[in-house]
Design a binder for this molecule. Structure first.
Ligand SMILES: Nc1ncnc2c1ncn2[C@@H]1O[C@H](COP(=O)(O)OP(=O)(O)OP(=O)(O)O)[C@@H](O)[C@H]1O
Length: 237
């Protein structure tokens, strides 16, 4: 089997003296969609920021595409092929859709045909400023920018934030298709856990900075207790 696009072993990380992530092991393989689930404050965003090199690791190892990342080096992680779509989407609001895509392309011009193949709705918006797009269109653009960047790992934090579930229902399968077409691994943080598990291959459940459970998406979807707790905003295994 080919090497994981990302592997965390016994990783501890946090903010200043506050330890948030406490010894997690996590793997994403090429072409795989992995959901990272957990209650508010469990440490999901911190995990993505740790992989991106924004939050320092105090213990454990992070390996990206077979290269150990020894220090906080966000630029090195990005250069190894990691794209991170943060909750706030990270768009340049004063720039057009096309200009945002140009900034996302790793080298040369972006492959617009591919963008519009995955996200046909962006074609007619290509000269509109990102700040004038609807929430769903902005999420589409942020996802498209990551999807065409040639990334080996695409991390998407709370795609559904501020969006109607129907929009997320349409966008998530596109991410899955990107994984199938390009072999990129996808790591998804999503509050709508049923939607996430419908496209994911596997899932991890994070609780207070510790991985409580990992299983196939199918098995997690069958767990009524997990789903019910998630609706109450509290995942307790
Ligand atoms: N910049 C920061 N400085 C200090 N503590 C922080 C910072 N960012 C997050 N935390 C704390 O780290 C813990 C985990 O937060 P994180 O945002 O990773 O959780 P989450 O699982 O993504 O939650 P949510 O689903 O609510 O976004 C929380 O207790 C939070 O208060």
């Amino acid at each position: 089997m080919s090497e994981p696009v990302v592997e965390l072993k016994g990783v501890h990380s946090g903010y200043n003296t506050i330890s948030v992530i406490r010894g997690i092991d996590l793997i994403v393989n090429p072409g795989e969609v992995v959901a990272l689930l957990g209650a508010n404050g469990a440490g999901k965003t911190t995990t993505l920021r740790t992989i991106s090199g924004i939050v320092p690791i105090s213990e454990g190892t992070l390996t990206v595409m077979g290269t150990p990342i020894l220090k906080n080096r966000p630029w090195l992680v990005a250069r190894r092929g990691v794209s991170h779509v943060p909750e706030e989407r990270g768009l340049f609001f004063q720039l057009t859709v096309k200009e945002n895509l140009i900034l996302g392309a790793r080298r040369g011009k972006p492959d617009y045909d591919r963008v519009f193949h995955y996200f046909p709705a962006l074609a007619k918006l290509s000269n509109r400023k990102a700040g004038l797009l609807s929430g769903g269109e902005q999420q589409m653009l942020a996802t498209a920018r990551a999807a065409i960047s040639g990334s080996k790992l695409i991390m998407v934090d709370e795609m559904s934030l501020g969006l109607a579930p129907i929009i997320v229902e349409r966008l998530l399968p596109v991410l899955k298709q990107v994984a199938v077409d390009t072999g990129a691994g996808i790591l998804l943080v999503e509050q709508h856990i049923e939607l996430a598990l419908e496209v994911a291959d596997r899932g991890y459940v994070l609780s207070k900075g510790v991985i409580d459970r990992t299983d196939t998406a199918e098995a997690l979807l069958r767990d009524r207790h997990l789903l019910e707790q998630s609706y109450l905003g509290e995942i307790v295994i």
